[in-house]
Structure formats: structure tokens, C-alpha cells
Design a binder for this molecule. Structure first.
Ligand code: FAD
Length: 292
């Protein structure tokens, strides 16, 4: 099933993101966690892709397993910045042969050792990858990434929105957002991009922060704003693992309820291979999910 069909439903729904293991030895534990999340029957699951392509086989195996074993639609992420045209062509072919209908086409982060502003492969931007996916002739539903707080490399908000419009015009059918901890940032972003003529679905991405150590990592990776309300919560409960887990899940649930109350029907949760977090959020929303 295509992601655009799923997110156009009027019923409230959630999807979860998982990531592949970095090594062979970790595969079994990741597979177990992914299976537990898939058994919760989210509306779809997305599987990330290592920017260097080293874990590409796992992305494919996991996305195929989710779809075949649990009948949960899956989306395979695909990055290009460190890849050759041949590698990407091969991967597109494999995604098609695995029966996966959805691809999240991404540039990937530029490796630290690459010349300034360039990757180490044949691609510069996600749009170049989109062009190769479309010329494969396969009928994929292709989405991309967007950034309510602006991509760290963008010169300005206007520039970022300009390129997002170009991305939509080049065939991206939906965008999933970078995480944010203040919903007003998402509402403001939505207003601005609609004004700029971007009409495709924008799926908000919510990251439940359940460990104090995650806060610093999340900020340094995404550069996103952390509201005082959330900082207070970490100050108060961060030392107690169980309390922080509960508080982080409650904060993410609260963000999702606010989104649902403001005309959003689908939210993507960065569940970080944690079935407990995925289950707890679904339980918190059990009387809302599936309803119109
Ligand atoms: P692009 O769309 O190429 O944009 C990057 C920058 O270039 C932006 O500043 C944009 O405004 C600008 N730009 C875009 N097109 C052009 C153009 N034609 N000319 C000039 N400037 C342009 N990383 C992974 O390695 N694996 C994953 O699985 C993964 N999944 C992700 C999922 C989501 C939902 C998000 C939000 C991010 C994900 N990332 C992942 C991180 C992502 O790869 C990085 O944020 C990366 O730096 C940018 O990727 P992009 O596809 O947004 O790039």
C-alpha cells in the first residue's frame, strides 16, 4: 500500500521508524525489536538507511520482513550522497524485486572527509536521486525529508522552502518532517510552505525522548529547539530511568494529541527500535487511533 493512500485517510493513525543494525551480530536483537513493533500493527513502518550504504542489505531485509510477515506496509529509506549511480540503480532494482512500494529518497549527511558542500558519490541532492528513481520506470510512491526548523545547511528559511517546493515539483509525493519538540514550529512551517505552493502531505515526525542522554544527541544531530517545559522535565526526572521513560512518553503523547486536535490525522514516531515506547504511545491513544 502506498504511503500517500495511508496518510490521506481521515482516521487517526501512527507509523513507526526503525533502524537497521550496524553489524551482523546485532541483527537478531534488532529483528526481534522490529517484529514486536510490527505486531502492534501501525499504519506503516519506515526503515532507515546508512548514508554510506553499508547496512543497505539490512534495510531491505527488514522492510521486506515487516511487509511480508506482518502485512504492515513498509517504506525503505535510500540515501545517495556517498553512492555511485550503479549502487543506487542496483538498490532501486532490489527494492522493487522485494515488493516494497514506498521509498524515502534522501541525500544523506555529507561525510566529514568530503570536499566542502559535496558528497563522495555521484549525487548532490535528493532531487537527483528522485530523478533516477523515476527513470527506473517502477511505480514507487516516493517521499522525502523536510525541516520545520530549517535544514542546517540552508542559508535561510526562504531558501529551504524554495528547495522544498522544487523537490515537490520534481515528483516527491509527501515529506516526513525532522523531529520537533514545539508543535508551533510545525504549524508555522506548514503555513509558510502552503503559502509557497507546496501542497503534498507533510507528515510530522515526533521523537519520544526517554533518556536524559538523548536530549543532547537529538539537539546536536538535528539542531532543534528544546522548549523550557521539556528541559524542566529532564532536569526533574532525568536521573531516574523509569521516571524519565514515563515522562518522555507522556510528552510525546501530548504533542501527538495536540497535532490530532489541529487537523493532523497521521503522525510518524521515531520509535528508535523500542517496542515498549511504541506500545506505550499506542496504549495512551487507544481510544483515538482508528477513529475519525
Ligand atoms: P536535500 O533534499 O538534498 O537537501 C539538503 C540541503 O540542500 C537543504 O539545505 C536543501 O534546502 C538544499 N537543497 C535541496 N535541493 C537543492 C538543490 N537542487 N540545489 C541546491 N540546494 C538544494 N539520513 C540517513 O543517512 N539515513 C536515513 O535513513 C535518513 N532518514 C531521514 C528521515 C527523515 C524524515 C529526515 C528528516 C532525515 C533523514 N536522514 C537520514 C537525514 C538526512 O539524510 C539529512 O538531513 C541530510 O543532510 C539531508 O537530506 P535531504 O534528503 O533532506 O537532502
Amino acid at each position: 500500500m502506498k504511503i500517500t493512500d495511508i496518510v490521506s485517510s481521515k482516521k487517526y493513525s501512527l507509523s513507526f521508524e526503525v533502524f537497521p543494525p550496524k553489524t551482523n551480530t546485532a541483527f537478531a536483537s534488532v529483528e526481534h525489536a522490529v517484529n514486536e513493533i510490527a505486531a502492534l500493527k501501525p499504519s506503516y513502518m519506515s526503515v532507515t538507511y546508512g548514508a554510506g550504504g553499508g547496512t543497505s542489505k539490512y534495510t531491505l531485509d527488514i522492510a521486506k520482513n515487516i511487509k511480508d510477515k506482518y502485512s504492515v506496509p513498509s517504506i525503505a529509506h535510500l540515501t545517495c550522497v556517498s553512492s555511485s549511480k550503479e549502487t543506487v540503480k542496483d538498490m532501486i532494482e532490489k527494492i522493487h524485486l522485494a515488493g516494497i512500494e514506498n521509498v524515502l529518497a534522501l541525500r544523506g549527511d555529507i561525510p566529514k572527509d568530503a570536499p566542502e558542500g559535496e558528497g563522495t558519490g555521484d549525487y548532490k541532492h535528493s532531487m537527483d536521486l528522485m530523478s533516477d528513481i523515476r527513470s527506473s520506470g517502477y511505480d514507487f510512491c516516493v517521499g522525502g525529508a523536510c525541516y520545520p526548523e530549517v535544514h542546517p545547511e540552508s542559508k535561510s528559511k526562504q531558501d529551504d522552502i524554495y528547495y522544498l517546493k522544487q523537490k515537490a515539483d520534481s515528483g516527491f509525493e509527501f515529506f516526513t518532517s525532522q523531529m520537533f519538540f514545539d508543535n508551533n514550529l510545525y504549524y508555522n512551517f506548514l503555513y509558510r510552505i502552503r503559502e509557497a505552493g507546496v501542497t503534498v502531505p507533510i507528515i510530522p515526525g515526533i521523537m519520544p525522548i526517554t533518556k536524559a542522554s538523548q536530549v543532547e544527541r537529538a539537539i546536536s544531530l538535528s539542531g532543534c529547539y528544546v522548549p523550557q517545559r521539556f528541559i524542566s522535565l529532564v532536569d526533574k526526572f532525568g536521573y531516574d530511568d523509569a521516571a524519565m521513560m514515563q515522562a518522555g512518553i507522556a510528552y510525546a503523547t501530548d504533542q501527538i494529541i495536540d497535532l490530532f486536535a489541529n487537523n493532523v490525522t497521521h503522525v510518524h514516531v521515531y520509535s528508535m527500535n523500542n517496542p515498549h515506547v511504541a506500545q506505550a504511545i499506542m496504549n495512551n491513544l487507544s481510544d483515538i487511533l482508528g477513529k475519525e
